[in-house]
Design a protein around this ligand. Structure first.
Ligand code: WTA
Length: 631
C-alpha cells in the first residue's frame, strides 16, 4: 500500500480520481474480509447517502488483532507509559492484547450488551481504554468515547443523545500533577441518564468511590468470571463502529458516526502511507483516545497495520519539561505525531530540556489539530528532527475519519507549515461564498471535498437532517469542511483556520455558541459573546464579552464564578482565558452580534474595525474598546 516516490504519488493520485472505485477496491484488498463487497461505492451528497464496500462482511478487530497473531503474536502492540516516570511501563503483545480484548468482550456480553448497543467510555489513558474500545468492536457494540476533561453535564447529554446502555470508567485519572475523579463525575452524570443499566469501574488511582448496588461493577472482578474465547461478531461494512461527539457552530455537540469497513480501510491506509511506518518501528501519537486522532492513530490505524503504538498517560511537561523527550528516548520512538500547541509549549522552555537526550531513533514527525505556525515548525524540524525527519502536517477532522491533506513522508516535497497535497482518493475544491469553484493557483477560498472517501462520516447520530444541514447544504453537492484554505502558486494547500464559529483551543475544537450557552446559564448574566483570539501557546484562546448588570465591586470573584459555571456545564477545557464585562454588545439592526468587531477587539486590532454603519448602537463599540484597555 505504501507509495515510494513522488512520481508514484502523482500517478496514484491521478488513478484514484479517474477510477476511485478501482483504486479503493485495490486498497481494501490489503485487509481481512469474511466476505468481499458486492459494490464498492454508492453515494449522493444531497441526502447525503454514502455506502462503501456494501455487502462486505468483516470484524475490525480481526484486522487489528487476530490476523497478526500467527506471525506477530509476540510483537508489542501497545506500549504504555505512565503519568509517573517512576512507574514501570507496560507492554501488551498482540497475543496478550487479543486475549484481553476477548475477555473484556465477554464481560460486556455477560452484562447484556449485544450488537448495536451504545457504550459510553470515560477512562484515563491506560491500556484498558484501548481494550474497552476494541472489546466493543469485537461484539459489534458502538463505542462513544468521551474525553476525560468533560463535565458531568456534557457526559449526560452525550449518553442520552445516543441512549447508552453501559458505561466503562475508572475510579480516577492522573494528568500531570492533577487527578480527576472520573467515577464521581460519572455518578453525577448518571443522575439524569435513565438508559444506563451498568457501570464497569477500573481501579487506577485508588481513590475511594461509591459503588451502587445492582449497577456498578469492578472491572477486576468481572474479568475473572469469563474466559478468553470470544469469536468476533460478523459485521456489515456499513454497520456503525463508533460515535464521537464534536463541536460545531451551533449549540449542541453532534455525534459523528463512523462505520466499520470504510473507516478501517481509510485509517489503515493513511497511517501506513503518511507516516511511512516500517515493521518493528514504534509509533507515538500524543493525542488522547477521547479525540478522533487517538481513535484513528493510537488504536485503529496502527493496530490494523500490525504496528507498535505507544500510549502515554501523562502530559509532555510533567514532572519536568524533558518528559516527552525522555519518553521518546526510553522507548526508542521512531515516529512522533503531536500537536502544534504541545510543540509551542515545549519550545517555550528552550532547548535545555533536550540536552543529553538521545532522539536519534526519530525518523518521521507529524503535526495535527490546528494550523502550525512557521516558528514552531522550524523548531520542531531543527531541534527535534535535527533537520533529518520529514514533518507531515496532517489536515483532517473528526468527520473525515483520517488524514485528508497531508505530505507523505519521504515522498512529498515539503514546505514549512503547509499541509501540502491531498492524499490519493481525496478531491479538494475551493469555493467562494456563493459556492462557485475558485480555480487556478495562488487563491484563497472555503475548503470543500467533492467526492466521497471511505473514512467519511455517514450521519450524525439520531439526526440525519443535522448532518445534511451542517456539512452538505452550505454548498450543494459538496462536503463543506468549515475551514478556510489557500492554494499557493505550486498548487499546495495551506489551511488558514475555521471560517465558522468554531475555535481551536490547544487543538481542541470548541463551539463559541456552546461556551456562550454555558456562560449564559450563570445567574446574573444577561448575554454573552465568545470569540477566539491568537494565543501564544494554545493557538487560540477564548475571549468572552459578558453583559452582567448587577456587578458590584466583586468583578474578580464573579469572573471566577463564571469559570466555575463553564467548568460545570462543559468542562475545564472550555474555560475562557479572558472575560470582559460590558454593558452592551455590537449588534446589527436585526439583532445579530457582529463578531467580526469583537474578534478585532479581542486581538487588540482596534484601529481598523471596518464598516460599523449597520450597527444599532455604534457607541457600544467605543465603550468596549475602553473597557478592553483596562483588562
Ligand atoms: C483544524 C482533528 C490546520 C481544522 C484531527 C479542522 C488543522 C479541525 C489541522 C478539526 C492542520 C486539524 N492544519 N488546521 N494540520 N488539523 N485542523 O475534528 O480547523 O478535532 O477543521 O480533528 O482542526 O478538528 P478535529
Amino acid at each position: 500500500m505504501q507509495i515510494k516516490s513522488f512520481a508514484e504519488y502523482e500517478e496514484t493520485y491521478r488513478f484514484s480520481v479517474e477510477w476511485p472505485e478501482k483504486f479503493w477496491a485495490g486498497i481494501a484488498e490489503n485487509f481481512l474480509w469474511r466476505k468481499k463487497w458486492d459494490k464498492v461505492l454508492s453515494w449522493n451528497f444531497s441526502e447525503p447517502n454514502i455506502k462503501w464496500f456494501e455487502g462486505a462482511k468483516l470484524n475490525i478487530t480481526e484486522n487489528c488483532l487476530d490476523r497478526h497473531l500467527a506471525k506477530n503474536g509476540d510483537k508489542p502492540a501497545i506500549i504504555w507509559e505512565s503519568n509517573d516516570p517512576e512507574k514501570s511501563s507496560i507492554t501488551l503483545t498482540y497475543k496478550v492484547l487479543h486475549e484481553q480484548v476477548c475477555r473484556f468482550a465477554n464481560v460486556l456480553k455477560k452484562n447484556g450488551v449485544v450488537k448495536g448497543d451504545r457504550i459510553c467510555i470515560y477512562m484515563p489513558m491506560v491500556p484498558e481504554l484501548a481494550v474497552a474500545v476494541l472489546a466493543c468492536a469485537r461484539i459489534g457494540a458502538v463505542h462513544s468515547v468521551i474525553f476525560g476533561g468533560f463535565s458531568a453535564k456534557s457526559i449526560a447529554d452525550r449518553i442520552n443523545d445516543s441512549a447508552c446502555k453501559l458505561v466503562i470508567t475508572a475510579d480516577g485519572s492522573f494528568r500531570g500533577s492533577k487527578q480527576i475523579q472520573l467515577k464521581e463525575v460519572i455518578d453525577d452524570a448518571l443522575i439524569g441518564c435513565p438508559t444506563v443499566e451498568k457501570v464497569i469501574v477500573l481501579t487506577h488511582t485508588r481513590t475511594p468511590v461509591s459503588m451502587l448496588k445492582g449497577r456498578d461493577l469492578w472491572f477486576e472482578d468481572e474479568i475473572k468470571q469469563v474466559d478468553t474465547d470470544c469469536p468476533a461478531e460478523e459485521m456489515d461494512a456499513e454497520d456503525m463502529l463508533f460515535i464521537l461527539y464534536t463541536s460545531g457552530s451551533t449549540g449542541k455537540p453532534k455525534g459523528v458516526v463512523h462505520t466499520v469497513g470504510g473507516y478501517m480501510v481509510y485509517a489503515g491506509y493513511t497511517f501506513s502511507n503518511a507516516f511511512n511506518y516500517q515493521p518493528d518501528e514504534v509509533f507515538f501519537c500524543t493525542a488522547d483516545i477521547g479525540w478522533i486522532t487517538g481513535h484513528s492513530y493510537i488504536v485503529y490505524g496502527p493496530l490494523s497495520q500490525g504496528a507498535t503504538t505507544l500510549m502515554f498517560e501523562g502530559v509532555p511537561t510533567h514532572p519536568t519539561p524533558s518528559r516527552l523527550w525522555e519518553v521518546i528516548e526510553k522507548h526508542k520512538v521512531n515516529i512522533l505525531y503531536t500537536a502544534p500547541t504541545a510543540i509551542r509549549s515545549l519550545m517555550s522552555y528552550g532547548t535545555e530540556p533536550l540536552n543529553e537526550i538521545d532522539l536519534s531513533s526519530l525518523r518521521v514527525l507529524g503535526s495535527v489539530g490546528e494550523p502550525i505556525n512557521e516558528e514552531a515548525w522550524h523548531w520542531f524540524d531543527e531541534e527535534v528532527g535535527h533537520k533529518n525527519c520529514p514533518i507531515v502536517d496532517t489536515w483532517w477532522q473528526t468527520e473525515t475519519g483520517g488524514l485528508m491533506i497531508s505530505p507523505i513522508a519521504f515522498v512529498t516535497p515539503l514546505k514549512p507549515a503547509c499541509a501540502t497535497l491531498p492524499l490519493p482518493g481525496i478531491q479538494p475544491i475551493l469555493v467562494d461564498e456563493q459556492g462557485n469553484e475558485i480555480e487556478g493557483n495562488g487563491v484563497n477560498g472555503n475548503l470543500c471535498i467533492k467526492f466521497p472517501w471511505p473514512g467519511m462520516l455517514r450521519t450524525t447520530y439520531g439526526d440525519h437532517e443535522r448532518c445534511k444541514q451542517t456539512y452538505f447544504s452550505t454548498y450543494p453537492d459538496l462536503y463543506f469542511t468549515g475551514d478556510g484554505c489557500m492554494r499557493d502558486e505550486d498548487g499546495y494547500y495551506k489551511i488558514t483556520g475555521r471560517v465558522d464559529d468554531v475555535i481551536n483551543v490547544s487543538g481542541h475544537r470548541i463551539g463559541t455558541a456552546e461556551v456562550e450557552n454555558a456562560i449564559n446559564m450563570h445567574a446574573g448574566v444577561v448575554e454573552s459573546a465568545v470569540v477566539g483570539y491568537p494565543h501564544e501557546i494554545k493557538g487560540q484562546g477564548i475571549f468572552a464579552f459578558v453583559i452582567y448588570p448587577k456587578l458590584h465591586n466583586e468583578s474578580d470573584l464573579t469572573k471566577k464564578d463564571i469559570l466555575q459555571t463553564v467548568t460545570r456545564v462543559i468542562g475545564a477545557i472550555a474555560k475562557p482565558d479572558k472575560i470582559l464585562f460590558v454593558t452592551g454588545l455590537p449588534k446589527t439592526r436585526s439583532g445579530k452580534i457582529m463578531r467580526r468587531i469583537l474578534r478585532k477587539i479581542a486581538e487588540g486590532e482596534t484601529s481598523n474595525l471596518g464598516d460599523t454603519s449597520t450597527l444599532l448602537d455604534p457607541a457600544v463599540v467605543e465603550e468596549i474598546i475602553e473597557a478592553a484597555k483596562k483588562l
